[in-house]
Write a protein that binds this ligand. Structure first.
Ligand SMILES: [Zn+2]
Length: 260
């Protein structure tokens, strides 16, 4: 946690603004990939494990909302979540940024189980899980991480501040961040070296998750559990958006949904 004085007696923020992302884009992409990969695929367990880590991380980040809600009413502040900004040709990301009228606080959230050891001398952070007490997992030191973010954000803000005579208010800073936010665009198939031909097509059943539902004049029907749905194809189109990220032609839609 770090804080930095900006300017005292600034106009108080009118009300609390929260930008909450219940699930990160990366988690949605991993979800889509797992749904569309045969379980016997060599990368399946690796992706499943990565998704588990992401879910745990997102849970940690979202659970911070409860603690932040305790602050509401005590003092007005603005919350900016998951901001990714560019500084000197490199991006840096902040989990949660709290903008108060005269200072800011940076939060780096971790959701880890077991015993956690901080070694400030060697800037090491060790996790020992209950189920394997003889195995030490060395992780990136979150204190060092947040100190770096603090310096980067201070420099980023100073660069913007240098071009104007009056000091930015927290609301203006939050708008500035929103306008400069660079979403991380990951091509998940390329990242995991998966060929598009390995991706399973067809509409997944929302009841049993199996592929593929059959198209009837008014609904989709699952040949396995007999579940019927009018809009099961929506998730399939969303999955394809997350996996390919490009517009698709009517012909491709037909191929993906198994319809002529
Ligand atoms: Zn089914």
């Amino acid at each position: 946690m770090s804080k930095c004085a900006t300017k005292p007696n600034l106009e108080r923020c009118e009300k609390l603004i929260k930008q909450t992302y219940r699930r990160s884009i990366m988690q949605c992409k991993l979800d889509a990939l797992l749904r569309r990969l045969p379980p016997q695929h060599e990368k399946y367990s690796q992706i499943e494990s990565e998704l588990g880590k992401r879910r745990s991380g997102d849970f940690g980040e979202n659970s911070i909302d409860y603690y932040l809600s305790q602050l509401s009413g005590i003092q007005d502040y603005i919350v900016v979540k998951c901001a990714r900004l560019l500084l000197n040709n490199h991006h840096f990301q902040m989990d949660t940024l709290l903008l108060f009228p005269s200072f800011f606080i940076l939060l780096e959230t971790k959701h880890l189980t077991g015993t956690l050891l901080f070694d400030p001398d060697y800037q090491q952070f060790i996790q020992i899980k209950k189920e394997d007490i003889n195995h030490e997992i060395s992780r990136q030191d979150p204190i060092l991480q947040v100190k770096m973010q603090y310096n980067q954000f201070k420099r980023w803000l100073a660069n913007r501040q240098s071009t104007r005579s009056t000091i930015y208010s927290p609301r203006e800073i939050s708008l500035l961040i929103t306008n400069h936010h660079v979403p991380r665009d990951v091509n998940i198939l390329k990242d995991y070296n998966i060929d598009p031909t390995e991706i399973l097509t067809g509409v997944a059943c929302p009841n049993c998750n199996k592929l593929a539902m059959e198209k009837h004049p008014r609904e989709w029907s699952c040949p396995y559990c007999k579940h019927q749905s009018k809009n099961a194809h929506t998730q399939t189109l969303i999955d394809y958006y997350f996996l390919y990220g490009t517009p698709i032609s009517i012909r491709e839609v037909g191929k993906i949904l198994h319809i002529k």
